[in-house]
Design a protein around this ligand. Structure first.
Ligand code: SF4
Length: 400
């Protein structure tokens, strides 16, 4: 595709964790040093293959636990990215586990252009951290957070989780209170999902606990209230961002244009994720990572050994490749975009997908308005505050 535009979003999956958490269905494994070395070399090879089609404005290293790679491995990756002219993204996020953040690594990240860290906290309650099988303590969260701040990071996200089995509304409120007091620029707060083949799913199947839907709703409302009170703007079902830095009162200069591109986005919104929700193209590298380019989606195999072998021998890393019919693609884009508080402007949706929401999805929008989950104006459709809590069910109505 010699004339296709250069892609601006790059995701890299690092498939290693110190230990598997009880609820996690992401592809990752607790692994040996040797496989990690092989993975880094294979990833460098995959980067070489996509580099001619890439000029990243946003980069996201997720996982897994990217911070598990050691200093030498990171240095090697940075050298490769430099050689391939892939450094210099406007927003570059690395996910970190509080157990694996050192000042040394944080400084290395900063020196090479990483400017956003997303820290997997999940809870600040020791018993619940244990319940989830997390490898870190609450103390490690505070320590790592301070390390990141003193290394110069001024765009930090905290990942939290609610509706954890055994979690009371009071325990969730206490975690929320402590988390907002940390004054991060961004919060991502997800309700526990029971993914098949996770220990938590099997415990639920075995009747070891019940799901309390009313309590989960109350927790979501408590989240929306606490975040708003602390000065966050909700811009997606689970994502909240500040408009300016809590202490300095200044927005990050590179985030300012986002506001004019998309309806009412706070300055510290994660632009990389906004691209997903708005149906944008992206490359995903690493085992199990998905790419989406010009309507074609493909996924790498979810097997690190096979991924490495394929890249070592010049073979294919592909698990599957699909090209959806235009209306299915537009339906999927509609469904993703409705996760955002702004919903879809009808003209914006047409510009992105070529389809008209008012033509193909009128019934779905009417049904959602009637039950109080949706609201529609002349220009746009979006989910209400209540509707956001049921975004997955609402999204189903747009899929074709
Ligand atoms: S650290 Fe993250 S990716 Fe790793 S097992 Fe836990 S939840 Fe999954």
């Amino acid at each position: 595709m010699p004339n296709s535009p250069l892609l601006e979003c790059l995701y890299v999956h690092v498939p290693f964790c110190a230990r598997k958490c009880e609820y996690c269905a992401f592809y990752s494994e607790a692994s040996s040093g040797e496989l990690i070395e092989r993975y880094v070399r294979a990833l460098e090879r995959e980067l070489e293959l996509v580099a001619p089609r890439l000029k990243p404005r946003t980069v996201f290293f997720g996982g897994g636990t990217p911070s598990l790679l050691n200093r030498r491995q990171w240095e090697g990756l940075f050298r490769t990215l430099d050689r391939l002219q892939l450094l210099g993204a406007e927003e570059w996020t690395v996910e970190c586990n509080p157990a694996t953040v050192s000042t040394d690594k944080a400084t290395l990240f900063r020196d090479h252009g990483v400017n956003r860290i997303s820290m997997g906290v999940q809870s600040l309650d020791e018993a619940l951290l244990d319940r989830l099988g997390r490898v870190h303590s609450r103390e490690m969260v505070f320590r790592s957070y301070d390390r990141l701040r003193s290394s110069g990071f001024d765009n930090l996200n905290l990942d939290l989780m609610f509706a954890i089995p055994g979690q009371s509304l009071e325990a969730w409120s206490a975690t929320l209170r402590e988390a907002v007091a940390m004054e991060s620029e961004h919060l991502s707060c997800y309700e526990v999902i029971y993914e098949e083949d996770t220990p938590l799913f099997h415990q639920l199947q075995a009747g070891q606990f019940d799901v309390d839907e009313a309590l989960a709703c109350a927790m979501y409302e408590a989240l929306q209230e606490a975040a708003a009170e602390a000065g966050f703007t909700q811009y997606e079902v689970a994502n909240f961002a500040r408009d300016k830095r809590h202490q300095e009162g200044t927005p990050p200069p590179h985030h300012t244009p986002t506001r004019s591109l998309h309806h009412s986005l706070p300055a510290f919104a994660c632009r990389h994720n906004v691209n997903y929700w708005r149906g944008g193209s992206f490359f995903g590298l690493g085992p199990s990572a998905t790419s989406y380019v010009e309507g074609v989606r493909w996924k790498n195999c979810a097997n690190t050994e096979r991924y490495c072998q394929s890249l070592e021998s010049g073979g294919s890393t592909l698990d599957f490749r699909e090209q959806l019919p235009p209306v299915s693609r537009a339906g999927e884009t509609a469904a993703f975009g409705l996760r955002m508080v702004a919903g879809w402007g009808f003209e914006e949706f047409k510009a992105v997908t070529g389809a008209d929401l008012r033509e193909h999805w009128s019934e779905a929008m009417d049904a959602l308005c009637q039950c109080g989950w949706g609201e529609r104006t002349e220009e746009r459709f979006r989910l209400t505050r209540t509707g956001l809590r049921f975004a997955d069910a609402a999204a189903e109505m747009f899929l074709r």
